[in-house]
Design a protein. Structure first.
Lengths: 232, 260
């Protein structure tokens, strides 16, 4: 599904990714974890082609993504901070993205699921952070794509919305979709993910299932296992 | 690209500033015609306004729009769209809506005052064409500056500086060099120096077309000799096109290599 080989990226003088290799196969939920500034978002943005790597190659579904853009038709991406053009209404934004993607979409079901009906005619600049995140989720899930990338999906969500989000992730997974998720909420990661990819200093420090991580660190609690792996 | 252009264009059409800009030209057109009551004279006055104001508005609008649509750009970057299409679409949206405000704002009063029956129509069209060129050129320069500077204040500063340099400082340096090197033949130098500033180039082009080149004195005679011919006109249009194409090309080049 995704194959990353020998990826290097510097921002100014600060090296963020230093020779990262990663291969992700289809049908599972991968959690990309790591301390702040370990390069999680950079890795995801490199896969999306928003960050141009200094060295290394990335392939998505067997195509090299360098200078390509059509492969993004296969990806749904939920950005970390929901920055939307403030002068648009929610409905207009959804219509616009639909118009740009030109794919069948089922936004109505998602709008109902997250209770967004009363906000459809509101301007995006007037929405609260959590509501914006719900709009973000609707925009991400309304298209049927094999690869879904979620960057901090739980940001600002209330408990009910969080439950709905988890249900949604499991439903989509049952359809055979692959997920790449970053999160700092370990409880959420433990509940949804099949495999953990742990980034440290720009490299993959650990890749495997949660139980393998627990065995490796000699911990019974996932949160403590992550803490143990962060402080070698 | 057409879709991005459409959304940028609609976005701008909904903003108050496009209307302010449009109404300003509308008002300017009517006032000038009311005061002058003769089309060709109004065209001359108008030229002086357009030559300075159009680049300024193009620059400021370009920088402002680029920074303001940062969220929109980021949203689009994750969609299956070519990068250059995103930036070219936005650029054409801004330049297009500004040009439309200019053409309609000035076109309506002049058309009402009987532009189509008068012989000033060619001069007026040339004025609008150069106005459109200046809008395209300075919006492209502004987009370039904004793309290269993450810091808004810096970007704004550089953009205004570029405008100030080309609109005011360049002329000052040009005149000073003419005075200092008085003793030397400066025909070719002044011709070339004019070519390298789109504002000067447009001004000279219009002045010569309006047949008031006598105002330009000795150099005017050389300019007349050069610009008056079809070749001169062609070369000026080519230069203006180059002034548009080079920044637009750089915009595409830089945008491909930038991280978001």
């Amino acid at each position: 599904m995704i194959l990353v080989e020998n990826l290097y990226k510097k921002f100014g003088k600060i090296p963020v990714l230093t020779g990262l290799d990663l291969s992700i196969h289809g049908g599972d939920i991968f959690a990309v974890l790591g301390p702040n500034g370990s390069g999680k978002t950079t890795l995801i943005k490199a896969v999306l082609g928003m960050v141009i790597p200094d060295k290394g190659t990335i392939s998505v579904m067997d195509t090299r993504i360098k200078n390509q853009w059509k492969y993004r038709q296969q990806i749904n991406y939920l950005p970390q901070i929901a920055n939307f053009p403030g002068n648009l209404r929610v409905k207009e934004l959804i219509e616009m993205i639909k118009d740009i993607r030109q794919m069948p979409s089922d936004e109505e079901q998602l709008i109902a699921r997250f209770g967004l009906e009363p906000f459809l005619d509101k301007k995006l600049s007037n929405l609260s952070g959590g509501t914006k995140q719900k709009v973000n989720i609707v925009l991400t899930f309304m298209f049927d794509c094999p690869l879904i990338i979620l960057d901090e999906p739980t940001n600002g969500l209330d408990p009910l919305a969080l439950i709905r989000l988890k249900e949604l992730i499991f439903e989509e997974k049952a359809k055979g979709k692959t997920f790449l998720i970053t999160s700092h909420i370990m409880q959420f990661v433990e509940e949804v993910s099949d495999e953990v990819v742990y980034l440290l200093e720009g490299k993959i420090y650990f890749k495997g299932s949660i139980s393998a991580l627990k065995i490796k660190t000699n911990q019974t609690n996932f949160e403590h296992a992550i803490a143990a792996i962060s402080t070698p | 690209m057409i879709k991005i252009l459409k959304y940028s264009f609609y976005d701008l059409m909904r903003s108050r500033w496009s209307y302010v800009y449009f109404l300003f030209y509308l008002l300017l057109g009517f006032v000038l015609l009311f005061l002058n009551n003769e089309l060709s004279k109004a065209v001359i006055t108008l030229m002086n306004v357009i030559i300075v104001l159009v680049p300024l508005i193009g620059t400021i609008f370009g920088v402002m729009y680029f920074y303001n649509s940062k969220e929109f750009t980021e949203l689009l970057l994750a969609q299956p769209i070519k990068r250059s299409s995103i930036f070219f679409g936005q650029y054409l949206g801004v330049a297009g809506s500004l040009t439309m405000s200019l053409v309609l704002g000035l076109g309506i009063p002049f058309a009402l005052y009987g532009l189509f029956e008068s012989n000033a129509i060619w001069d007026f069209s040339l004025l609008l064409i150069t106005g459109a060129f200046l809008t395209m050129i300075f919006t492209a320069l502004a987009f370039n500056i904004a793309l290269s500077n993450e810091n808004k204040i810096k970007g704004f500063g550089y953009a205004v500086l570029v405008w100030l340099f080309l609109a005011v400082i360049y002329d000052g340096l040009f005149l000073m060099s003419l005075i200092v090197f008085e003793k030397y033949p400066l025909d070719n130098f002044s011709l070339i120096a004019t070519m390298f500033n789109p504002i000067d180039l447009s001004r000279t082009l219009i002045l010569l077309k309006l047949d008031i080149s006598a105002l330009l004195g000795y150099t005017g005679a050389i300019f007349k000799q050069f610009f008056g011919t079809n070749l001169g006109l062609m070369i000026s249009i080519v230069m203006l096109t180059l002034w548009t194409i080079i920044p637009v090309w750089r915009l595409g080049y830089k945008s491909k290599r930038k991280d978001f």
